[in-house]
Design a protein around this ligand. Sequence first.
Ligand code: TYD
Length: 366
Amino acid sequence: MGRGSLATGVNHLRGGSPLRQTRPASAGLVVSGSLPFRRVKLLVTGAAGFIGSTYVRLVGGEDEVRVLDKLTYAGRRENLPEGTELVVGAIEDPKVVREAMEGCDAVVNFAAESHVDRSIDDQDAFARTHVIGTGTLLDAARELGVGRYLQVSTDEVYGSIESGSFTETSPLDPSSPYSATKAAGDLLVSAHFHTYGIDASIVRGSNNYGPRQYPEKLIPLMVLNALHGDSLPVYGDGRQIRNWLFVEDFCRGIHTVLEKGKAGEAYNVGGPDECENIEVVKRVIELTDAEESLIEYVKDRPGHDRRYSLSSEKLKRDLGWQAEVHFAEGLERTVDWYRDNEEWWGPIRSGEYREYYEKQYGRALG
Ligand code: TYD
């Protein structure tokens, strides 16, 4: 895994048809005829986080990348490849945004407060980043004449679904402060497309997992707890279903939409497998040689969505993307990565996360 496989992914994805060649000149994301070989310059916001940093490793060899990141608890400088150009600041700060966006051909917005449990506790940062921040980026992109804008969003904007899968025409019906504010951000993107004609698209991913995910999320939390012999807190009956998407597959999907997606449209990027939470936890136990007795059923999350499921048919049919990593393989790779990278998670597990964990779960980490 790591850089090698990502680099291969880039070559495969781009296949000799980079951004500037695939979009018509009128779409704006084309480096002008006088500079036919200039590399595309991307502003990637929130790229010190889990998904954004994976994306930077995916495209960094081909495109010029500038990162804008607030470096909050989950945005970590060490997630970025050495030498990445980094502007530290918030997407809701118009001055910083304009400075960071100057000279860029496209914007990919990953900046988000991504944890549902934290949004239940305090929604303010979520509204600020997802709504004010997205609007600030869109205003700046228009004013600076940036050619293309891509909003990275989530399946959670559609809410929960008992059977079948959401398509891009399903109504938005979010149920947590996290997903409600993400939906508001998506609607702003559509509004800027309709009102100002900005060349913007949206990608909605299902539950991502993989290396460098902050351990407050289900999979890394369970992996690290299992490796430490800490209890494994399963919310409610553990029968909730998530549609698991390996982070590199999502990033390939994002780049495909950036290059070839239609303005004003959304594209779903769903994982190839669905799995009940309890099944995920049992697989983690197997892969870490932990004891099943570590499983502890705890109080359910308020308003807990039962099932997420996305159809990626549009992205497959129109743009030729397809997931490459099944859950069994991706989970094994993820567990191996956490086992081998204590220098990454060690400082996290002994810092802010420890306090968060105690507050959230009412017990200390071992
Ligand atoms: P999470 O990783 O927080 O993602 P999301 O809420 O965006 O789906 O949670 C995934 C699922 O795992 C979700 O159904 C909640 C559940 N869960 C637990 O059972 N225990 C935990 O400690 C955590 C963090 C999540």
